[in-house]
Design a binder for this molecule. Structure first.
Ligand code: P6P
Length: 333
């Protein structure tokens, strides 16, 4: 039996001078939430959790029942243990301060409890994304302003992928490791050590229905991929689009690729679709730690100083050499 996720985290903790076990405890609580979410996602229609909740979230998106349920699971699994000072979620307008009856800790967490939830009713993979920041020194009553830290300040980022297998993939800044849930035992076990993204790829992921709204550099890059050897590229390309960022990023971590949700003019009020704090930043940390790149097209995503909890950014991430090509096209103007 390979190493359990808890054993892996505790052994990692021993390499961190001054570690108190606080972080280990927090990660354990997050893993517990993901196990509970995996259960409800896996049961689906059997326990009546599919379909719309009949409500909208702060993004103006119709919430699925599971969006609301999984948000509640994540809050309940993490609010009591004294590791967190506050949380922020895609599904909540403002931050969630730790209730007065519980001790506060030194970390902040942002999360998307069920990313790709538009897929849940059609039984396609979805996931949970989380990002852990330190609460600023001396802050006991954090506000949204205390979350406005660039992605380079993350101490941990990870996702759970509820697919044919349920996996957790995470980084604490020392590489990327993947763990698979053994439902019989009820634990995650190390199955994908030291995940690494190939620098080259022949697979791109983008929602082609938005093509007329893209900027010229993205139009140019995608056109070249579609034309392949007939259009000047040295190879032909394949295309994937799952409409579940967690599934796309996992595929890229496993076999390479480039994922793009670029700036588009579909809604001029939105500089992109994906949210910086709980989608782009955690996924960028993971991708960079696996040897890939993650850019808006004009700058490194993890260096953006956030301006709001639900700020949206363009995302171009994955295999280093392809992301560099797209960024180069943006720089050419
Ligand atoms: P579209 C899911 O809603 C999400 O935030 C990402 O997981 C996914 O990559 C993207 O949006 C899908 O967007 O426009 O194709 O539905």
């Amino acid at each position: 039996m390979s190493k359990s996720l808890l054993q892996f985290i505790i052994e990692e903790q021993r390499n961190i001078p001054g570690a108190t076990g606080d972080f280990t405890g927090l990660l354990n609580d997050i893993v517990s939430a993901c196990k509970q979410i995996a259960h409800d996602v896996n049961k689906g229609a059997l326990i009546g959790v599919l379909g719309s909740a009949g409500s909208e979230n702060v993004q103006g998106e119709t919430q699925k029942k599971l969006d609301v349920i999984t948000n509640e699971i994540f809050i309940k699994a993490n609010e009591w243990s004294g590791h967190l000072a506050a949380m922020a979620s895609e599904e909540m307008d403002d931050i969630y301060p730790i209730p007065a009856q519980y001790p506060k800790g030194k970390y902040l967490v942002t999360f998307d409890p069920l990313d790709g939830s538009s897929n849940i009713d059609v039984n396609i993979s979805v996931g949970t994304i989380f990002s852990i920041l330190r609460c600023p020194e001396g802050v006991t009553e954090p506000t949204a302003a205390d979350f406005m830290q660039p992605g380079t300040k993350q101490v941990c980022a990870g996702y759970a992928l509820y697919g044919p297998a349920t996996m957790i993939v995470l980084t604490t800044g020392h590489g990327v490791n993947g763990f698979t849930l053994d439902r019989d035992v009820g634990d995650f076990f190390l199955t994908h050590p030291n995940m690494s993204i190939p620098a080259d790829t022949a697979e791109f992921a983008i929602n082609m229905s938005n093509r007329r709204f893209w900027e010229e550099p993205v139009q140019r890059y995608v056109e070249e991929c579609v034309k392949g050897k007939d259009g000047g590229r040295e190879k032909n390309f394949n295309m994937r689009w799952v409409a579940s960022m967690v599934a796309e990023v996992h595929r890229i971590l496993t076999r390479g690729g480039i994922f793009m949700y670029p700036f588009d003019t579909k809604d001029p009020t939105k500089p992109g679709k994906l949210r910086l704090m709980y989608e782009a930043n955690p996924m960028s940390f993971i991708v960079e730690q696996a040897g890939g790149l993650s850019s808006t097209g004009r700058g490194r995503i993890m260096e953006i100083v956030p301006s709001g909890l639900h700020q949206r950014v363009p995302v171009i991430l994955g295999s280093k050499n392809e992301v560099e090509r797209v960024v180069g096209y943006h720089l050419e103007g």
